[in-house]
Design a protein around this ligand. Structure first.
Ligand SMILES: [Zn+2]
Length: 592
């Protein structure tokens, strides 16, 4: 072979394998000269480097979107090997290079199609929106980027005093043009979709995290670059008419939106510290469907008490225990009996069609003065739901009113007996309670284990003993997966259960203790018992404490021992809940 000839990649004559044989058979050294076409080499090298970069991105992206990285990496590698093999075999450069691009690129195209089918609209790649965004970013063009589709139709509502002009009042015009507007709406829709009553934007070092309160516990929803999160934060502040320049002092405000035609009220709170500014938004859907007494399984026990023409019915529970929902379920039942009803609260939680509703604002004791006559005057409502802090003067009036109306009194307390004790402290003595009390209900909400990922185990007999359960009756208990029971990705990260997103719990259930006034209780109250004796008296009068209801859920495998303990004994020491997991875990299907 002529030593000065340029041997191009793929420049063998037809009948490739013969071509190979000739080239390889040629004697070495072949003499001086350049055997490779540098342009071809550069092109192939560029493909190879691009492949490394793109498939590195694909690996990270697949992990972020919980797609099977393993399969996509294998496909990517296979495409690369086949591509270079084809390039090596096909004799004409143009065809060989096309084959290389086609084979290495196919897995990428397949991945993009699959990826775009699982991510939200806003994150899809190579859509018109994405391409316009790229052009604007890299070529400083000013193309209009269409807004990402939201899961709901959102419209900002006017505040009292604002007028709808051509394109709304300045407050709304400003934010609709601002940078964080789309993000703010997306966060709102996502919180609404996951039934989170509260969401937060919380600053971290150079990021911020969005937290959603789900089933009473804040969960991290996502992390965002800090500047981006702050732009959304400013949108919420502007909508709630807060001072944008104040980043530290606590501020409160509110605004309303229409979500798919449904009015949603949003309470916005901002405050700041050294870490930065934090925003908490409470979502109130005052028209959402309320549970009935039947839904709460309280028809039999509580329904009877709501038939009383007058008297005092106490609804007690700690914060976030479903007291208000329960109060409204009672009121719903009362309205079905065609009785005239009223609600008195700091802020109206739900809108009822056939009841008078009074909101007292931030100074409820002051506010109630103005409506005393309408509540307790000459023609009072037959049933009054009262959710305001009590002072002695108000207690006195409640006591009087309980002679002619049925008063549903919401009291913040650990349980029903503590609630009654609290009433005694503000002036409703034991003797007065004995006269006017028709009964009461204590409420708690307990989280239920996620049915998809809970793990059954054989409980330690010592634990059963401490829970007053017999080992014969309870064969297995359940808890969220932990340690080796969690499913891990190849990179060591934990694969989150799709049903509960790795929380281990999904949904809550109400636990109730219902007490009806009995002769025995009335007698007992005359002795002015202390809290502990009152508790014993209530149990003797037929009250089944919430702890018992919680224990029933534990033995049924619906919630965990730890969840129950955290609800009732905040200072409880962790106890050995199971024998070593390997020996006692009961095998069961794992989530895919
Ligand atoms: Zn789960």
């Amino acid at each position: 072979m002529d030593g000065s000839a340029i041997v191009q990649f793929g420049s063998f004559p037809p009948g490739t394998l013969t071509g190979f044989a000739e080239v390889w058979a040629a004697d070495f050294p072949r003499g001086p000269g350049l055997y490779l076409n540098l342009y071809s080499v550069a092109a192939v090298l560029a493909v190879y480097l691009a492949w490394i970069r793109i498939f590195g991105w694909m690996d990270r992206d697949a992990r972020a979107h919980r797609l099977n990285r393993y399969v996509w990496n294998q496909l990517g590698l296979l495409g690369c090997i086949l591509g270079f093999l084809a390039f090596w075999v096909v004799p004409w450069f143009a065809f060989a290079f096309a084959a290389l691009l086609l084979l290495t690129g196919t897995p990428l195209v397949a991945y993009l199609i699959r990826r775009n089918s699982v991510v939200p609209d806003a994150d899809r790649l190579f859509t018109e929106r994405h391409l316009r965004g790229l052009l604007n970013r890299y070529f400083r063009t000013r193309l209009r980027v269409p807004k990402p589709a939201l899961t709901h139709e959102v419209a900002l509502l006017l505040k009292p005093g604002e007028e709808r002009k051509d394109s709304g009042p300045p407050r709304i015009q400003d934010v609709e043009k601002s940078a964080g507007y789309d993000l703010a709406l997306r966060i709102l829709c996502e919180a609404y979709d996951r039934a989170a009553p509260i969401f937060q934007i919380e600053p971290l070092r150079d990021q911020a995290r969005i937290r959603l309160r789900i089933d009473g516990v804040f969960q991290e929803h996502e992390r965002l670059p800090r500047l981006q999160a702050e732009s959304a934060l400013r949108v919420f502040k502007r909508l709630a008419d807060l001072n944008l320049d104040e980043h530290r002092k606590p501020q409160h405000g509110n605004f309303a939106v229409e979500l798919d035609g449904r009015r949603i009220d949003l309470d916005v709170q901002s405050s700041g510290n050294l870490a930065g500014e934090r925003l908490t938004v409470r979502i109130r859907d005052r028209r959402r469907k309320l549970p009935s007494l039947d839904d709460l399984d309280l028809r039999e026990s509580l329904g009877r008490l709501l038939r009383f023409p007058n008297g005092l019915l106490v609804i007690a529970g700690p914060p976030d225990s479903g007291k208000t929902t329960l109060g409204y379920a009672c009121l719903h039942d009362v309205l079905r009996q065609q009785r005239r009803a009223a609600t008195v609260e700091r802020d109206i939680e739900y809108h009822l069609d056939h009841a008078q509703q009074f909101a007292l604002g931030n100074d409820p004791l002051q506010g109630i003065g103005g409506i005393r006559q309408r509540l307790f005057g000459s023609e009072p409502p037959e049933v009054i739901l009262l959710d305001v802090p009590l002072d002695e003067a108000l207690t006195e009036q409640v006591y009087e009113a309980a002679s002619h109306s049925l008063i549903l009194l919401i009291v913040e307390a650990e349980d029903l007996v503590s609630g009654l004790d609290e009433l005694r402290r503000v002036g409703l003595s034991s003797a007065r309670l004995a006269k006017k009390l028709v009964g009461g209900v204590g409420t708690r909400l307990i989280r239920l284990l996620c049915a998809e990922c809970k793990v059954y185990y054989k409980p330690n007999p010592e634990v059963l003993q401490r829970l007053n359960l017999s080992a014969d009756r309870v064969e297995r208990l359940a808890r969220p997966p932990e340690g080796a029971e969690l499913i891990h990705e190849e990179d060591g990260s934990v694969k989150r259960c799709p049903s509960c997103r790795g929380i281990g719990f999904r949904g809550r259930r109400g636990l109730y203790e219902v007490l009806a006034m009995t002769e025995r209780l009335r007698e007992g109250l005359r002795d002015d018992p202390d809290a502990e004796s009152l508790r014993q008296l209530a149990i003797l009068s037929g009250m089944k404490p919430v702890e018992t209801a919680a224990l029933d859920l534990v033995t049924a495998g619906l919630t965990s021992v730890a969840e129950m303990l955290s609800l009732f004994h905040h200072d409880a020491k962790p106890m050995p809940l199971a024998l070593p997991a390997d020996s006692t875990r009961i095998p069961q299907p794992q989530p895919a």
